[in-house]
Design a protein around this ligand. Structure first.
Ligand code: FE2
Ligand code: FE2
Length: 148
């Protein structure tokens, strides 16, 4: 039984990002199923999930920089905060159960894709339609304005 079901709510609308997310969710569900069946209980099994998610982060961040995404810094901060919180739980594994860490991971992924990644998808679609207005100033104009 999947812990996180794929639905169109998770579609960001950008093919590569959606494929990355789909793969991540499949891995998440396999790990959860493994836990339910008593096969997967070792924290080591969370390494692959963490690696898969951080690969998704890198892919998104490169795309954000390349498209001058206006919310890049906030989005990146969200990725970084997740990594800090996850690693803290992971490294304190004597107080955190495998399933608690897996659920933390699951809940964060669910919310992040639906709330933050989807906004980036909207931005990319608008940008591809020429609807995003880029700043018109240049650095030399800014320096001139500032009298520098
Ligand atoms: Fe993502
Ligand atoms: Fe993201």
């Amino acid at each position: 039984m999947p812990v996180i079901g794929w639905s169109k709510d998770f579609l960001v609308g950008i093919k590569d990002i959606d494929e990355n997310h789909r793969y991540l969710m499949r891995l998440l569900n396999e790990t959860y199923d493994g836990y339910v069946l008593g096969i997967v209980t070792d924290l080591f099994n969370l390494d692959e999930l963490f690696q898969c998610l951080t690969d998704c982060f890198v892919y998104e961040e490169i795309l954000m920089i390349g498209t001058s995404y206006c919310s890049y810094l906030a989005h990146k901060a969200s990725h970084e905060l997740f990594k800090i919180n996850f690693l803290e739980m992971y490294n304190n594994n004597n107080t955190n159960e495998f399933i608690d860490i897996l659920m933390f991971f699951n809940n964060w992924v669910y919310r992040h894709i639906r709330d933050a990644d989807s906004k980036f998808g909207d931005f990319l679609r608008a940008e591809s339609l020429g609807l995003v207005q880029k700043p018109r100033y240049s650095s030399s104009a800014a320096r001139e304005y500032l009298g520098a």
